[in-house]
Design a protein around this ligand. Structure first.
Ligand code: WT7
Length: 646
């Protein structure tokens, strides 16, 4: 924990929407009178028919129900596009920067309108209607945003699946939500390497079944297999339709999208977000947290396959009529200066990235940063995992030339938008702290017994009441929604994160307290990696834990027990790594695999992960009580053979 304080710069206090006094007044108002506060701020988006009800939410055990603006009628695509046309038709909405620095596009709001309307018409001609689910498996190209907005225009529910997921993972997500239509590209392109998206889609459809149409965007031009009657090229279909497509009238609580995310148990959950509250919340957090003023260039480096991309590449910026930059490539291609070269080339003012990228770039030294200007930058952001103070300081000093505040935004797929974050004109910064709650957000720290921790202290982070961007349910499984988030503590939303609060009321997220890993800012369930491992014919049992990793934040440490008669070898280790990558995707690549003749279990057969975590974290000197183990002897073997490559 760093005790350094970076006060709000004077020019920021003067020019920002919100200074310290205003933050306090607005925060108080939002807590004392949520109805009044959100009733007023809900009008920041356009409603075809205004709402008369604002908040109707309950966290009551067995009866969790979350509704915001429930009788309002609106459309997200209308708010992100059509509404801006009278004033901003010729303003750039999306700057696209290709993987190769020679490729870029500037898409105006008028062009965005035309492309999205065309895309919607292509989908409509393939039978897509309000409420239908459409799976989007795309690289970072403008058509990914067009596809999302086209669904929103029609009232279809999109499910974007990150292009790094395997055919198997994609198939599971297609099946779970029953998509009949998939939107993809021939291939993706990242760091000069091609990703076989269409091939993966074909494989996924073979597993999942039920898919009637595949719309394929041409990206690399490599030949792909097109199934007659099922597959169509986007450019062929788009040539046959007009740029006119009315926006469907959507109830505030009609679903907007599903996004699958990992939990501590079972398969990934389909997090469901709806229309009105989500848009109000992402649009408002975007404006205030990034202090966005018209004409500025905003760049969020996430992939649209994650919630950060949904909320802060597409919906938040476009709802504000902003110019949002979409980057296809990776931070280190073709050179280690790429990010900063893109900043200079497009005169980026606000830059939002993940600590893991910063730590990787930091290792390359200051020179690749210092060789660029970055004079356009005025604000920096961080998201996805706790940012260690060293990375924060480097970001501030080297990237921001000691001039740009850093907003460390804590949130989750489930929360829709940022919940704990500085406002740059209002909040003094402490490196490593996400600082203070956004308007309407009421964090609370509880100990294991559910006792409230007052003042400074540490505990499990819960939220006392709803905010408009909150997820509404797990798609198709409301019982799982209630069980996952509302059963640990009655009447509270449990985040799964541990957190400290200091004397100034600042929040310091310490990381997950459940069996969820955060690897390079990507969320992964230990159970998922375990089930991939045990699906291998030579594996009898597996237990997976996280361990501290210099770049990734957390690395994946797998303990694997082999079938009787199978010999442990380095080759088998490699085979298992390849296997997991194939089963889930490269983000699940185990960093370390330890072959273990036995796993530490209680007499009732439960694996004691606490012990495995300690061994992986190199803290086997403090294993705690092992007397309840069925066979305490296994621990000695685990400690002796622990792997120590970092
Ligand atoms: C988990 C949510 C937020 C969108 C991207 C990740 C961790 C996220 C921070 C932060 C410390 C953070 C938490 C959270 N996390 N942001 N600023 N400081 N931890 O969304 O995949 O749903 O993961 O990421 O552990 O629970 P996600």
């Amino acid at each position: 924990m760093s005790d350094k304080i970076y006060p709000v710069p004077a020019d920021w206090a003067a020019r920002a929407y919100v200074d310290k006094a205003r933050y306090e007044a607005m925060y108080q108002a939002s807590i004392e009178d949520p109805e009044g506060f959100w009733g007023e701020h809900g009008r920041r988006i356009h409603w075809f028919a205004p709402y008369t009800k604002v908040k109707n939410t309950s966290f009551a055990p067995g009866a969790v129900s979350i509704r915001w603006y429930e009788d309002g009628i609106t459309n997200v695509a209308y708010n992100c596009i059509d509404r801006h046309l009278p004033e901003r038709a010729d303003q750039v909405a999306i700057i696209w920067e290709g993987d190769d620095p020679s490729e870029q596009k500037h898409i105006t709001y008028q062009e965005l309108h035309d492309e999205v309307a065309r895309f919607a018409n292509v989908l409509r001609l393939r039978g897509v209607e309000k409420g239908d689910r459409v799976t989007i498996y795309m690289p970072m190209i403008p058509e990914a945003a067009y596809a999302m907005l086209a669904c929103a225009r029609l009232g279809a529910i999109h499910s974007v699946v990150f292009g790094g997921f395997s055919p198997d993972s994609l198939a599971g997500r297609i099946t779970d939500c029953g998509s009949k239509v998939i939107i993809t590209a021939d291939e993706g392109l990242r760091g000069g390497r091609k990703i076989p998206l269409k091939i993966n889609v074909d494989e996924a459809i073979a597993i999942a079944g039920g898919v009637e149409h595949v719309v394929v965007v041409r990206r690399t031009g490599s030949p792909v297999n097109m199934v007659p009657g099922r597959d169509v090229w986007w450019h062929d279909a788009a040539a046959l339709v007009t740029t006119e497509c009315p926006c469907e009238e959507m109830g505030a609580e009609d679903p907007l999208f599903i996004l699958y995310t990992s939990g501590s148990t079972g398969k990934p959950k389909g997090v469901l977000h709806t229309t009105g509250g989500y848009l109000v919340y992402v649009s408002m957090t975007f404006q205030y947290i990034f202090d966005y003023h018209g004409g500025e260039i905003f760049w969020c480096t996430a992939d649209v396959g994650w919630v950060t991309g949904h909320s802060y590449i597409v919906y938040g910026p476009l709802a504000n009529g902003a110019t949002t930059l979409m980057f296809e490539g990776i931070p280190t291609y073709p050179t280690k200066s790429r990010m900063w070269e893109v900043v200079d080339k497009h005169k980026v003012n606000i830059f939002y990235t993940a600590p893991t990228a910063l730590r990787a770039l930091m290792q390359a030294g200051d020179e690749p940063v210092k060789s660029t200007s970055r004079a356009s930058l005025r604000l920096l952001g961080s998201v996805g995992e706790p940012i260690n103070p060293e990375a924060w300081e480097w970001y501030h000093r080297v990237v921001g030339d000691d001039r740009c505040p850093i907003v460390d935004t804590w949130w989750q797929t489930e929360t829709g938008g940022a919940l704990i974050s500085p406002l740059p004109g209002a909040t003094d910064l402490k490196p490593g702290s996400a600082t203070l709650p956004f308007f309407g957000v009421q964090p609370e720290l509880l100990d294991a017994d559910g006792k409230v921790i007052e003042g400074a202290g540490a505990g499990n982070l819960v939220l006392k009441d709803s905010w408009p961007g909150q997820m509404r349910t797990v798609y198709g499984d409301h019982a799982r929604f209630m069980e996952t988030y509302f059963s640990a503590y009655p009447n509270r939303y449990f985040t799964g994160d541990g957190c400290r609060r200091d004397e100034d009321g600042y929040y310091w997220i310490t990381g997950r307290v459940d069996d969820v890993l955060n690897v390079s800012g990507h969320r992964l369930g230990t159970a998922e990696v375990e089930s991939a491992l045990v699906a291998h014919e030579y594996v009898s049992e597996a237990a997976v834990v996280g361990y501290p990793h210099d770049i990734k934040g957390q690395g994946i440490y797998a303990y694997v027990t082999l079938m009787v008669g199978v010999e442990a070898s380095d080759q088998l280790r490699k085979d298992l790594v390849t296997w997991v990558r194939h089963e889930i995707g490269p983000i699940a690549t185990p960093d370390l695999i330890q072959f273990a003749p036995g796993l530490p279990k209680t007499r009732s057969g439960k694996i004691m992960r606490r012990i495995l975590r300690k061994i992986a974290e190199d803290e086997h000197g403090s294993l705690g009580d092992t007397s309840t183990l069925a066979d305490p002897g296994v621990v000695d073997d685990l400690v002796t053979n622990r792997l120590n490559k970092r």
